[in-house]
Design a protein around this ligand. Sequence first.
Ligand code: PLP
Length: 399
Amino acid sequence: MHFATRTIHAAQPSDAATGALTAPIHQTSTFEQEAPGVNLGFDYARTGNPTRQRLEHVLADLEGVSDCAVFGSGLAAEHAVLHAFLRPHDRVLVPRDVYGGTWRLLTRVFAGLSLQVVPVDTTDLAAVDDALRVPARMVWLETPTNPRLIVSDIAAIAGLAHAQGALVVVDNTFATPVFQQPFALGADIVVHSVTKYLAGHSDLIQGAALARDPAVFEPIRFLQNAIGGVPSPLDCWLTLRGVKTLELRMQRHADNAWTIARELAAHPAVRRVFHPGLPGHPGHAVAARQMTGFGGMVSLELDAPPDAVTAFVSGRRFFVLAESLGGVKSLISQPARMTHASIPADRRAELGISDALVRLSPGIEHAADLLADLRRGLDALVGSVHGASAPGRPVAATT
Ligand SMILES: Cc1ncc(COP(=O)(O)O)c(C=O)c1O
């Protein structure tokens, strides 16, 4: 079955009791038992819920494995994975620009474990190999990353990590299973912020953790119930609905991102475009090999002072100024003043996240409208940056 067909048919039979095409929303906290301990497979909704179970089956199918556990957020899913496998003083390798929430879990939430959390340039296989000379419990990968869309070679790194006995976790949020299948490339565990493309409509917060080996999955499932960070049946239902258009949406997101990258690269107000599909992008060759599309995100570094960039991101008609990504409605952000504001300026500079960087999450609107909106703002920047007035938006912390 092709991927698009699986998004509609895999694990999505009509309801056996009524013939309804869509899954019922089992909005219940508990389940009647015939006799103590005798039930129809469900006893308490933190432990299991049919709507949630259906979503888990669908996501597992799309990632090509049998087991998935969904959570109330991407970070709750990550927390369960880290809690399941990390022990005091373990060494964990992470990309230098790993998602800030993952970094916060490792360094603050799990501070009591005194972990050795080692940021590595995961685009450099020699650097990964070198870092693995000291035994590590886990190699955490995120590819492409936020906001510069840095790409890491999952298969090559999984080979190095497995040779040293380390588990490989891939955060597949940006690529989605439409464009990247980490298990086929050697990942042991995949995590998602379902909040983003999988749910796809900017209307819920949710996460997922999947594993290939049942023995690896078992402690994650245990913690889903034991810690209890589960999503509501309604949110699971919304994701079930969203996933049915995942392939269509991703194609449009990717087309729109590519159109913006290609059309705006030569604009005089654009200093640099970050998009893995551009031959000049440092991760282009790896992305072309391990992904079946370059994803829906694009970032622009503008040739303008920080306040003019703030004015640009605040003044768009079709790009809503907001954190997050992956929804049908286009979003825009200035990471240095929003998602990455809590990172010290010198560290941001090391990561190449300048005040002039703008991150775009194009939605599924018509590309011409999105381009015209961006062009209008960029044209206004040219020659007038020194006169632009800054609206002075407040600085938010990393979410
Ligand atoms: C790559 C990535 N992973 C994980 C998360 C955390 O997911 P959530 O916000 O659903 O907890 C995010 C959120 O922005 C993210 O961008």
